[in-house]
Ligand binder design. Structure first.
Ligand code: SF4
Length: 271
């Protein structure tokens, strides 16, 4: 998901004439995309922010920002700890990236944006960006409503929102046009995908069936799934959707009902 978000940011900025620098030492803008799924990546993200800000000590005119889950969870704390940090954007605020950079270029007033209520972002498509890649990711839903007792995701990615089907098709066709043949549909709880298209609810199963018809896509996958939302209809897709790879990431998490209850997973080993 973070890789997808980084590609989104890069494409948004490329569209505004900002190019990817070969090294942070030469960059005028440095964005650290952070992950807080476990303690270690969070610690790494914080030390990376410190390291990038040491470049700013040598070149004070550059803009440095942190985005993603650590930014969401600890935005204000990061701003207090790192006075050189220009902005923090949570995962649901990434669509604001171009506006934030433009504001900072005009006026160096620091920005913290961590609202979690937004819908899925509109796709950004930058020609040639994916050239040379055979596989690609598309986020089809964001957030999670499950609140497992050990997990931070609902607090840093917000509640579930599903991307409109036309936006997903547009992204798939865009990747296919750049010879990306193996596409993974992403979501924190991807098999709870649910979009009302004006006539009825589109589920992950029906979405897979319609993407199967896109000619230049060879392989489809999805991740990550919750066992409770694994419907018979979705299981049937492995036999009936020709391009769906025989592969599923399905975290059962534990084989003990006591542990599953403590984790708040909402199912038992018998289920
Ligand atoms: S279903 Fe997954 S993402 Fe959602 S709260 Fe549980 S572990 Fe976290």
């Amino acid at each position: 998901m973070n890789e997808y978000d980084s590609d989104y940011l890069a494409q948004s900025l490329l569209g505004k004439g900002i190019f990817i620098s070969p090294s942070p030492n030469e960059a005028d803008l440095i964005i650290i995309n952070t992950c807080s799924v476990r303690e270690k990546p969070e610690q790494k993200a914080v030390s990376q922010i410190g390291r990038m800000l040491s470049i700013k000590k040598r070149r004070p005119s550059i803009i440095v920002g942190a985005v993603g889950c650590v930014a969401q969870d600890k935005g204000t704390e990061l701003m207090e700890r790192f006075p050189g940090l220009d902005f923090v954007l949570g995962p649901r605020e990434l669509h604001r990236i171009v506006g934030v950079i433009e504001e900072l270029e005009k006026d160096r007033k620091r920005i913290v944006a961590t609202d979690l209520k937004g819908r899925c972002r509109n796709p950004v498509v930058q020609p040639e960006y994916f050239s040379g890649r055979i596989s690609g990711y598309i986020s089809i839903m964001e957030g999670c409503n499950n609140f497992c007792s050990y997990c931070i995701v609902p607090f840093v990615r917000g509640r579930e929102v599903s991307k409109p089907v036309p936006d997903i098709k547009r992204e798939v066709e865009f990747l296919a046009a750049q010879n990306v043949r193996d596409i993974t549909l992403l979501g924190q709880n991807v098999n709870s995908y649910s979009y009302y298209d004006g006539q009825g609810i589109v589920t992950l199963s029906s979405l897979l069936r319609s993407l199967d018809e896109i000619e230049d896509v060879w392989r489809l996958r999805f991740t990550t799934s919750h066992p409770r939302d694994l419907t018979d209809e979705l299981i049937d897709c492995f036999g009936s959707v020709g391009k769906l790879c025989p592969h599923i990431h399905l975290p059962f998490q534990a084989g003990s009902n006591r542990i599953l209850a403590l984790m708040g997973r909402g199912y038992t080993r018998e289920y």
